[in-house]
Ligand binder design. Structure first.
Ligand code: GRG
Length: 305
C-alpha cells in the first residue's frame, strides 16, 4: 500500500490533497464572477463553492486510481459530475420542487438570486459540465477522444430520464403515498445511485478498465449508490439542521418515500452497514489501488452529514 494510505490520517491527508485539486480545477473551469453577465456567474459560483463535501469528485479520482485512468481526463470528469450534482441540488431546492431555504449551510440559490436566476444557474452548470467534457485537446489521439465520449455518454445517461431526473420524477410522484419497498429501491437507485454509479464507471470507460475490474466497480457502485441514500434518509430523520447544513426532518414532513418510513431506522442502518461490506468486498481484489474506494465506502456509510 502507498505508505500514506496505511493510516486514517494518511487517507484523510490524501483526500484533502485530492479535494484541493478538484477545487482548483473547478475554479479554472468557470468564468470569473466579473465576466458578463455577472449575475449568472455569481449565482453559479455561489452554489458550486458553498462548501459541498466533494464526495462525487473524490469517488471519480478514487476509481481512476483503482483502474489507472489518466489524470487530466479523470479530473475533468470529476468536475463535470460535481457541476451536475450542484445543478440538481439548486433545482431540487426550488419552490416548485422541495422548496428549501438552506443548502450546504447557506440560504438556497433562489433565496439569494431569485427563482429565475436559480433555474438558470442550474442550467448553466449542467451545460458547462458537458461543454467541459467535450473540450478535448487539439491533436488528442482518436482512441482518447472515443474514451472521453464513452464517459460523457455514461454521464448523460446517469443524469437523464432513467437516472437522476427519472428518480426525481418518481420522488415527486411518491409524495404522500404509500410506496412499495421495490419501488423505493428503484427511486433511490435512480435519484442518487445513478450519478454515484457514473462517478465510479466513468473512470472505467476512460482507462479503459479490464472486464474483471469493470465488474468489481459495478458491484461497488451499486452498493454505495444505494447505501448513500439509505444513510441520507437516516440522517434526515435523526440529525439536526446545523449538522446537516440543510433542513432536517423534511422527508417525513413532506410525506416522502424513505427507507426510514418503509423499513424503520434500525433496518435502514443495518442495510447501510451490509451495503458497506458488499462495497468493501467488491474492491478488495484491487489491493492497495482500491484503498481510496474502500475508505470512501466507509465514509459514505459512517458519515453524520
Ligand atoms: C432536480 C433533476 C433534479 C434532481 C434532484 C439530487 C436530487 C435530485 C435531489 C437532492 C435531494 C437529496 C437530499 C437527495 C439525497 C442525496 C443527495 C444528493 C444528497 C446531497 O449530496 P451530498 O451529501 O451533498 O453529497 P454535498 O452538499 O456535500 O455535495
Amino acid at each position: 500500500m502507498e505508505p500514506g494510505l496505511a493510516t486514517a490520517e494518511g487517507v484523510a491527508a490524501r483526500f484533502e490533497a485530492l479535494r484541493g485539486q478538484v477545487e482548483r480545477a473547478l475554479e479554472a473551469a468557470l468564468p470569473p464572477e466579473s465576466a458578463w453577465p455577472a449575475t449568472i456567474h455569481r449565482a453559479v459560483r455561489y452554489s458550486l463553492f458553498a462548501g459541498g463535501k466533494r464526495l462525487r469528485p473524490l469517488l471519480v479520482l478514487a476509481a481512476a486510481e483503482a483502474v489507472g485512468a489518466g489524470g487530466a481526463d479523470a479530473l475533468a470528469f470529476a468536475c463535470a459530475v460535481e457541476m451536475i450534482h450542484t445543478y440538481s441540488l439548486i433545482h431540487d431546492d426550488l419552490p416548485a420542487m422541495d422548496n428549501d431555504d438552506l443548502r450546504r449551510g447557506k440560504p438556497t440559490s433562489h433565496k439569494v438570486f431569485g427563482e429565475a436566476m436559480a433555474i438558470l444557474a442550474g442550467d448553466a452548470l449542467l451545460t458547462r459540465a458537458f461543454h467541459l467534457l467535450a473540450e478535448v485537446d487539439e491533436g488528442a489521439p482518436a482512441e482518447a477522444v472515443r474514451r472521453r465520449l464513452r464517459a460523457l455518454a455514461l454521464l448523460g445517461e446517469a443524469a437523464g430520464t432513467t437516472g437522476l431526473i427519472g428518480g426525481q420524477v418518481m420522488d415527486l410522484e411518491s409524495e404522500g403515498r404509500a410506496v412499495e419497498a421495490a419501488d423505493l429501491e428503484r427511486l433511490h437507485r435512480a435519484k442518487t445511485g445513478a450519478l454515484l454509479g457514473a462517478c465510479v464507471m466513468g473512470p472505467a470507460a476512460l482507462a479503459p478498465a479490464a472486464a474483471d475490474d469493470v465488474q468489481r466497480l459495478q458491484r461497488y457502485a451499486r452498493a454505495v449508490g444505494l447505501a448513500f441514500q439509505v444513510v441520507d434518509d437516516v440522517l434526515d430523520a435523526t440529525e439536526e439542521a446545523a449538522q446537516l447544513g440543510k433542513t432536517a426532518g423534511k422527508d417525513d414532513a413532506a410525506g416522502k418515500a424513505t427507507y426510514v418510513r418503509v423499513h424503520g431506522i434500525e433496518a435502514a442502518r443495518a442495510l447501510a452497514a451490509r451495503l458497506r461490506e458488499e462495497a468493501l468486498t467488491a474492491v478488495a481484489p484491487f489491493g492497495p489501488r482500491g484503498a481510496l474506494l474502500a475508505a470512501l465506502a466507509r465514509m459514505m456509510v459512517d458519515r453524520r452529514a
